[in-house]
Design a protein around this ligand. Sequence first.
Ligand SMILES: [Zn+2]
Length: 544
Amino acid sequence: MIRFLLQICILLIVLPVYCQAPIFTAQDTLRGSITDERAWWDLSYYNLDIEVNPEERYISGRNTIRYKVLSENQVIQIDLQSPLTITKITQDGYDLVFNSIGNAHWVTLLKPQKIGEYNELIVNYLGRPKEADNAPWDGGFSWSTDKNGNPFVATSCQGLGASVWWPNKDHMYDEVDSMAINVTVPKNLMDVSNGRLREIEEGANSKTYHWFVANPINNYGVNVNIGDYVYFGEIFEGENGPLSMDYYVLRDNLDLAEKQFKQAGLMMEAFEHWFGPYPFYEDGFKLVEVPYLGMEHQSSVTYGNKYQNGYLGTDLSGSGWGLKFDFIIIHESGHEWFANNITYKDIADMWIHESFTAYSENLYLDYYFGPEASAEYVIGTRSRIRNDRPIIGIYGVNYKGSGDMYYKGANMLHTLRQLLEDDEKWRQILRGLNKEFYHQTVTTNQIENYLSEQTNIDLTAFFNQYLRTTQIPVLEFSLQNNAIKYRYTNIVRDFDMPVRIKVNDHEQWLFPKAEWQTENLNNKGSNEVLVDENFYILVKNLSD
Ligand SMILES: [Zn+2]
């Protein structure tokens, strides 16, 4: 009986913790892992043809998938989410049989798949795709209308997956090398997708817009945007030569856009300075107006921030600096370097996109308003940090980490910059990341190792602390007879980040660890100790 009661007690203690952990299904594994049916082939090219009927909220089309055989296998996994249905899959003109488990479809191939060969699969599909209730966060199609009653339609699908609207290999580790996006829309409307517009084909009652992306692109970056668009543009003289910057906005918003999008050129100048050349010169850069807030769609960044500064008019930092720029132009474009150039393999590592991009907001301010403005902004955003769960999510099940990947991540990077005490070196590291991992999908470990090597600091414990726990280091200190006694609490093993303090206006570094240490202060009289606010730690003065 006692043993039984003990078991119940243990259960009562363990259960609430256990219940907080998310429960994953077989579908999550099929969506989020590199299954055997995905691993054996490497994406080379997509040719997506899609017809969009805004009135019926209906789409139909086909995707031609070209791939290279890496190892022999006869079953290939293609993803397409219900309620869309696959009508037919062919290879070399032969109809293929496929079995579906939810949104994963296993296609049995007839011809032997020889290593090194390039083969093609054509997937035909149709239906009424999932509608986005709260784009871009939940994803799907946003069916909207403009003030004049014209259809105003856009897709977004980060996290949910591109298979919510077109059939593909829906895992981030494998980016297609290039892609054609051909979109047929009613005659009075225009489609704007990624890359460059090659041709407009006129039908009786429709127009087909042929877009081509010459660079590798991740699945969720692909998008269609349909509306009564007008166009204006400019040429930016960038690090790699002339770059076309094209803008597509609703007819009525042309005047507003011509003013507000002046920030796009400012953005490009600042980010090329900090991160290196824009990574997709061949595809150009675009801002495209959409009926939702915005998203980092590669070479066609979508915009819905209502032509005002801040985040829908508000300053996320509370410092005032957040109103000096249009959040969506700056943040979503920052993703061209961190998300589209350097892309996570697994969404658990989404901090690689969001921490660096949230930090790019500071770097934009730094470029135009100086380092103090940038510091005030990033410190201001600490009020948004929740420390609810770690920044890194769970691997293999399409599960991202805490929203702290934005502002805790930005503060982590700002803290790291302090350790270097060399802003030019820091800039070279940020540019180096974009060169080293140019057009690649990566893991957290690759980024950690690169930063440790380039900074010459072993950052293992630093990243373990900030990315893998919710604990914020606490610097405890007390002053005794012209000396300071100090240590860290609330830290992971081996965490020993140095920190800058000011004693009576005199700067010095402390090297705290878990154990108490004492250091003499070279000042006579009463000491006032200030811990540099640029470090994202908590401070406890035990003398108070
Ligand atoms: Zn973002």
